[in-house]
Ligand binder design. Structure first.
Ligand code: AMP
Ligand code: MG
Length: 408
């Protein structure tokens, strides 16, 4: 097994891409295949289990895109036309009488025989109730053709799509009342550290409040996971073994803390004894130490305990891993290129994810980028990515990952 290495020089650190590729490979191999059928209103945040094929043409019939008049272009000679019927949305029209027009409203089916709709603004109702059309009329004008959006049998949403309000709306437009989704991934969250106590209790000497627990539990819920809140784990080997052993029926044990230096790394010892362990020194800042392994067959990810490190390693590594286990293909967050509004004179040997925001179109960063400072991330609305070996001057282009991209 790979022992805890010396703090890395550039060469000994694992690039973020390598770590992500390994995690995704393991996620692919342990994809959750069980599924459940849910009412459409309850699928938000879940992952579609099967390809969704259209069972209809959408729209099912040609309909009017405007309030106006339906007519046959060939019937229009420039002379006013008699209105032979009125068609509202929701009605089934009669075929259009030759030589006439039909009053029609947005969304109403276009009657057979009509090939265009002229909007009412370009029509004039004469005293004798005939309608004069002011402009030239073209076939197809203002008609939404049958099957414009989709036709029967067409792939509308592939399996592995994460479902949100837009996908729910689209499925509804196809008449789906229920969808088959991948069952929730069950994640146990453990916070390790003798110094931790829960908010609400009085702070004793040397103690700090546990911030990672609620941060990860809420985030996981947003990702559509079933969360098993396994509380605080003291820095003690026996307790670590026992408590890990109790976490059955979960798809992942996610712990924080205790991965930086070997001494208090009881998680690592327990994994070595009853499973397997890889300790990665990542070229990432904040972050760096990350544990991946198994305990009695259950995958375990151990994130560094400093809250900003927890946040960054969860956002960039754990989140994609979990989404991939649910069968999502596209798991990496969107990065946008923006000019930086700060100088970065000293190149680092790790890729930095600075907590920053966009101000007047430029990325600026929080004044204190310490990995213990979670406030930096509350202030921020994104992560500014500074590549290893890179220096920056104001105006250089940098990648910016909006936090809104990774928080869901
Ligand atoms: P560790 O990875 O256990 O060495 O912890 C690194 C730093 O993160 C230490 O300052 C810990 O006190 C702090 N830390 C670890 N876990 C948590 C937590 N759950 N909430 C807040 N801070 C933590
Ligand atoms: Mg610790």
């Amino acid at each position: 097994m790979n022992p805890v290495g010396k703090p890395g020089k550039t060469g000994s650190l694992m690039p973020v891409e390598t770590a992500l590729a390994r995690l995704l490979e393991m996620a692919d191999a342990t994809r959750v295949l069980e599924r459940e059928r849910l009412p459409l209103a309850q699928v938000q945040g879940r992952v579609l289990a099967d390809d969704l094929l259209s069972t209809l043409d959408l729209p099912p019939w040609p309909n009017s895109a405007m309030d106006g008049y339906a007519l046959r272009t060939a019937d229009w000679t420039g002379e006013p036309l008699v209105v032979s019927q009125k068609i509202f949305a929701g009605q089934a029209p009669e075929p259009l009488k030759p030589g006439t027009c039909a009053r029609i409203f947005t969304g109403a089916p276009v009657p057979a025989g009509a090939d265009c709709v002229e909007m009412q603004e370009n029509a004039e109702v004469l005293a004798d109730e005939r309608v004069a059309f002011i402009e030239a009329i073209k076939p197809g004008q203002n008609i939404r053709p049958q099957g414009q959006e989709t036709t029967v049998g067409e792939l509308v949403l592939p399996a592995g799509t994460r479902l949100g309000p837009i996908e729910q709306g689209l499925a509804a437009s196809l008449g789906c009342a229920e969808l088959d989704v991948v069952r929730k991934v069950r994640v146990a969250v453990l916070s390790t550290g003798d110094e931790l106590i829960e908010p609400g209790q009085a702070l004793g000497p040397g103690q700090i409040y546990n911030s990672n627990r609620v941060l990860l539990c809420s985030w996981l819920q947003r990702l559509g996971c079933d969360v098993v809140d396994a509380g605080i784990l003291p820095d003690d080997l026996d307790t670590t073994r026992t408590r890990l052993g109790e976490l059955k029926d979960v798809d992942l044990i996610l712990s924080t803390g205790g991965v930086s230096v070997g001494e208090a790394d009881f998680l690592g010892i327990a994994l070595r004894e009853e499973g397997e362990l890889s300790l990665w020194k990542l070229a990432i800042k904040p972050g760096k130490p990350l544990t991946f392994g198994h305990f009695r067959g259950v995958p375990v990810i151990g994130l560094p305990g400093n809250p900003a490190s927890t946040l960054v390693t969860f956002a960039l590594l754990t989140r994609p891993y979990l989404l991939r286990r649910m069968g999502v293909r596209d798991v990496e967050p969107l990065k946008v290129q923006v000019p930086c509004g700060f100088d970065w004179p000293v190149a680092g040997n790790r890729r930095e994810y600075l907590r920053g925001r966009l101000e007047n179109g430029r990325a600026i960063i929080y004044k204190n980028q310490s990995s213990g400072v979670l406030r930096s991330a509350a202030w921020a609305d994104g992560l500014v990515e500074v590549l290893e070996g890179r220096t920056l001057v104001t105006g250089d282009s940098v990648s910016f990952i909006p936090l809104s991209e990774v928080l869901v």
